[in-house]
Design a protein around this ligand. Structure first.
Ligand code: PLP
Length: 465
């Protein structure tokens, strides 16, 4: 007969061995569609099963169907890392099973969130006047910020809706490199895709602030209502940084909400030499950064900082009788978004910030950036290979472009390279398109990634051409 303690000890032991030995697994799951389903019973069991049976099947059935995001050789998308200390915090949070919605439903969850958001904001150099709130993802934080931006226009949309009456066309300004969640938010908020305006970029994939000004002015002249400009500090494809300072000047001069999406690169601002990443963001109305991307906090933990939390509260607050509480001057986080019950995410961020310390975090980020720069150097100095975008952080976009090959042949060759490299199971990289051309993309963000891992990735890629 096992007990909770022995079961949990077995899990802790498994996690410890797993994290120490992630390289033993194919990084990208090598299964075919349906392989997992085929091993699962059609119906839920009538009788309870012992924990050992669950663990056995976890290892036998589930594990082969896992793509190992926590592998040091996971170089796709934005590579991430779940620090063991944060995994422990997640277990504690699950045990407490807090719904961090009202202050009284766990004062510690509310007050810890307030404090860790202030700590993180301070580390990144944000003015203390910003209020940070944790959401699950940058997509939801972005949606929430855009909802507040819409409310700030005083068009009575919260009360009267957007249909059956005459309203100006609301406009949102992005670039082709803005993350797709902004457009999705505009779909959900009734802005409409037609009103999401893509402003041209310069040769380094950064929004052209002059074009932004001209576009907004033309829209105003045409009777439209600019609602929000989204500047990205660290775009998804290339990690380019829009000129936030210049964009802030354009947006503020015209009374337009500025949202800064720094989901990936924002945390780099904790390093004094990378403060520039969020320069200008102090003039924004909302800023998003994701500790679950590059700050070693496991999924999910995204921080939205807002200049005017009261506006956010006015946008979303709706208090039914059963959620009324007598406490005054406390924050009830349910008032700041769609969700009622919220996970106690502050705990894992608190554990990470304390366990690493700011200097420990800076050290890890610097190491990742140095590895990415070294990888870029290898690519650059190899005949037939080329770098496709500036790489100030820990992501490198590159391709194999042998002399004499046509653009289409090069695209095709790199798409094949990507599949072949990932099929080895040794590494996982991803791709994007830059200027319409296929690009390989290597991202570094795992705590355990070493120079040998990055060198292995390079050897695999080189060996395939
Ligand atoms: N913003 C940027 C710049 C991103 O790169 C991403 C995802 O990679 C997102 C937002 C969405 O992040 P999330 O998965 O937290 O919604």
């Amino acid at each position: 007969m096992t007990t909770f303690v022995s079961d949990f000890a077995a899990v802790a032991d498994w996690i410890d061995r797993y994290l120490a030995d992630t390289r033993a697994y194919p990084v990208l799951s090598q299964l075919q569609p349906g392989d997992i389903r085929a091993q699962l019973p059609e119906h839920a069991p009538e009788e309870g099963e012992p924990f050992d049976a669950l663990m056995d099947d976890f290892q036998r059935i589930v594990l082969p169907g896992i793509t190992h995001w926590n592998s040091p050789r996971f170089f796709a998308y934005f590579a991430t890392s779940a620090a063991p200390v944060a995994v422990a915090a997640e277990a504690l949070a699950a045990a407490l099973d807090v719904k961090a919605m009202l202050w009284r439903t766990s004062p510690a969850a509310t007050e810890l969130e307030e404090v860790v958001m202030q700590w993180l904001g301070e580390l990144m150099g944000l003015p203390p006047s910003f209020t940070g709130i944790i959401y699950d993802t940058a997509s939801i934080g972005g949606f929430t910020a855009l909802a507040a931006a819409r409310e700030s226009l005083h068009l009575g949309i919260r009360e009267h809706g957007m249909t059956g009456r005459s309203l100006p066309r609301l406009r949102v300004y992005i670039t082709e490199h803005t993350h797709s969640h902004i457009e999705k938010a505009c779909i959900a908020l009734g802005i409409g895709r037609e009103n999401v305006v893509s402003v041209p970029c310069d040769a380094e994939f950064r929004m052209d602030a002059g074009e932004l000004a001209r576009t907004i002015d033309a829209d105003i002249a045409a009777g439209m209502r600019p609602m929000c400009v989204v500047a990205t500090a660290g775009t998804t494809s290339t990690t380019s940084r829009d000129p936030v300072e210049a964009i802030a000047g354009v947006a503020k001069a015209r009374g337009v909400w500025l949202h800064v999406d720094a989901a990936y690169a924002g945390v780099a601002a904790i390093m004094p030499e990378f403060r520039w990443v969020l320069q200008g963001a102090e003039r924004a109305d909302s800023i998003v950064v994701n500790p679950h991307k590059w700050l070693f906090v496991p999924m999910d933990c995204s921080a939205l900082y807002v200049r005017d939390p009261e506006l956010l509260r006015r946008t979303f607050s709706l208090i039914p009788e059963y959620l009324r509480t007598p406490e005054e001057s406390v924050r009830n986080y349910m008032d700041y978004g769609l969700q009622l019950g919220r996970r106690f995410r502050a705990l894992k961020l608190w554990f990470v910030l304390r366990s690493f310390g700011a200097e420990g975090l800076r050290e890890r980020l610097r190491a990742h950036i140095a590895l990415a720069q070294e990888f870029a150097g290898w690519v650059e100095s190899e005949a037939g290979w080329e770098i496709l975008a500036p790489h100030p952080f820990s992501v490198v976009c590159f391709r194999y472009a042998p002399q004499g090959a046509s653009a289409e042949q090069i695209d095709e060759r790199n798409a094949q390279l990507l599949e072949a490299a990932n099929a080895t199971g040794e590494i996982f990289i991803s791709h994007t398109k830059i200027g319409g051309r296929f690009a390989l993309r290597l991202a570094i963000g795992n705590l355990r990634t070493t120079r040998d891992d990055v060198a292995a990735a390079w050897q695999i890629l080189r060996g395939l051409v």
